[in-house]
Design a protein around this ligand. Structure first.
Ligand code: IPM
Ligand code: MG
Length: 377
């Protein structure tokens, strides 16, 4: 494509450095984004937002109205990570509703980010880090986990009380058909652009909410005749992910099952530091964040892997701004840099070149300039 053909855009991006390694990885993601903006002639207007532990330290609560307002006035939000070490951080002395995680759940709800996309991809260059045997991974796998993000157990009523001297706790798992339908439609739409298969995961042999889930998914499936739909029980799915991950294309599931299965799927790739995610509402707005956590044990040491956040920025360009070429440029740069042998500590192996978090960002930004030159000549 000729450079002159690219439409120049102004991108209003909110960014949340957050806690732990968050600030370091966000810095590198911005470095890479800036390189892309420069190459394609777009302008990013950034606004820093405060969330999680950082917000507790500054304002006493994990999510402020100001952050919600700023996020709503952005076109998209890019996040590092939130949370600390629960056994040592004072944030975890606070009541649960005031801890960092409550801020993340709160912003998802406030922005109606019901569709969580978590790709679990086996990178050819990193296949040696995959903990599964070669006979199981065969030609690799590329799974998109679609997790419902604003309903179910994490948002139901909960209560802890003492009944007749016995401590008792209740959490409720509620879904209505509309909440199920909208995420199912997203999953089928996305499967249509991939390998045309949806595996809907539930526990319909026990739970009413899962039986409703299954019947609504069937209704949606009937309107997508070109897409194969199968149902799988969550316990079986957990097993199939390590037995034959190549069978999956899109996995569609409710909030808690998706939380658990997406951690499992990311571990199976062997490179959790590489996995991005997007949380979308029903318009173009999204919150983009790495699939991994805030790794407080290595915070500030400049050894974290910024690639998951950088790939989340690529998802942001694709889903919120329709900038496919620009997103692809980032993804190609990541592959090229891995191919050239550069590795952060988490994905390091013999014979490769160890780089720091900031060096990885710089090398990627430089690579983008070369790649973008090639496609724009
Ligand atoms: C995730 C995290 C969060 C979740 C926590 C931090 C509330 O585990 O994004 O998967 O459970 O959704
Ligand atoms: Mg999780």
């Amino acid at each position: 494509m000729k450079k002159g053909m690219v439409i120049k855009m102004e991108l209003k991006i909110g960014y949340i450095p957050g806690d732990g390694i968050g600030p370091e990885i966000i810095k590198e993601a911005k470095k890479v984004l800036d390189a892309v903006m420069k190459q394609y002639g777009h302008v990013a207007v950034y606004k820093e937002l405060v969330l999680g532990g950082a917000s507790i330290d500054a304002f006493g609560i994990p999510l402020t109205e100001e952050t919600i307002r700023e996020a709503k006035s952005s076109d998209a939000v890019l996040m590092g990570s939130i949370g600390g070490d629960a056994s040592t951080s004072p944030w975890y002395q606070l009541p649960p509703s005031l801890r960092p995680e409550a801020g993340l759940l709160g912003i998802r709800k406030a922005l109606n980010l019901f569709a969580n996309l978590r790709p679990a991809v086996l990178y050819e260059e990193l296949a040696e880090s995959c903990p599964l045997k070669q006979e199981i991974i065969q030609d690799g796998f590329d799974i998109m986990i679609m997790r419902e993000l604003t309903g179910g157990l994490y948002f139901g009523e909960r209560k802890t009380s003492v009944e007749n001297g016995i401590r008792t706790a209740v959490d409720t798992l509620t879904y209505n058909e509309e909440e199920i339908r909208r995420i199912a439609i997203r999953a089928f739409d996305i499967a249509g652009k991939r390998n045309k298969k949806v595996t809907s995961v539930d526990k319909a042999n026990v739970l009413d909410s899962s039986r409703l889930w299954r019947s609504v998914v069937d209704e949606v499936a009937a309107t997508y005749p070109e897409i194969r739909c199968e149902h799988m029980l969550v316990d079986n799915c957990a097993m199939q992910l390590v037995r034959n991950p190549g069978q999956f294309d899109v996995i569609l599931t409710e909030n808690m099952f998706g939380d658990i299965l997406s951690d499992e799927a990311s571990m199976v790739t062997g490179s959790i530091g590489m996995l991005a995610s997007a949380s979308l509402n029903d318009s173009k707005f999204g919150l983009y964040e790495p699939s991994h956590g805030s790794a407080p044990d290595i915070a500030g040491m400049d050894i974290a892997n910024p690639i998951a956040t950088i790939l989340s920025a690529a998802m942001m360009l694709r889903f919120s701004f329709d900038l496919d070429l620009e997103a692809q440029t980032i993804e190609n740069a990541v592959k090229a840099v891995l191919k050239a042998g550069f590795r952060t500590k988490d994905i390091m192996s013999e014979g490769k070149t160890l780089v720091s978090c900031s060096e990885m960002g710089t090398i990627l930004a430089q690579t983008i300039e070369t790649i973008a030159m090639e496609v724009t000549i």
